[in-house]
Design a binder for this molecule. Sequence first.
Ligand code: ATP
Ligand code: MG
Length: 178
Amino acid sequence: MENTAKHKLHIYTGNGKGKTSAAMGLALRMLGHGKQVLIAQFMKQPNSGELAALRQLPGAHIVEMAPMRVFTYQMDEEGLALTQKEQTQSARQLQEEIARLQPDLCVLDELCVALSQRLIPEDLAVSLVQTGLQYGEVAVTGRGAAGRLVEMADYISTIAATRHPFQEGVGAREGIEW
Ligand code: ATP
Ligand code: MG
């Protein structure tokens, strides 16, 4: 399914560092032009440095998604089913929020991961993106982009991890990884 709308869909994917940072950079650029930007982060705690900074800027709208208590691989079948229900419900509310705010840019951070872990159905992800594209640009991030979003995308940037300190056992660092 091709995206024929005048607004473009951007995907930042691949296993290298920089996908979320790139999408937040795009948000910053839009905000600098006085535009309205909606930011939603799937599968994350809302405590990142980028959200704290963006919250202070006029025109930025952070939509909090249902929290994830544990990683999906730590969930039993019942826990996974409940999480799918919560995340799907949260994505539906997000879609209403996009329609209400009509932002110039929607950042849907880690949507590709939520999709590949089957936390929300692909149809809903596609309709989230289509709703965003009615009003502005949409940027989606996450490893393992696939399926209909990839078919629809106008920009696809794949970042490769040629080297990463994680390989030497260095954990996530404040201000750098979150
Ligand atoms: P960033 O948020 O720094 O822009 P990202 O969005 O590209 O990175 P994700 O794939 O979302 O990275 O991974 C989540 C976390 O893992 C981030 O803290 C990120 O910095 C870190 N990370 C990114 N690439 C790697 C890698 N190849 N190995 C280990 N950790 C990584
Ligand atoms: Mg990321």
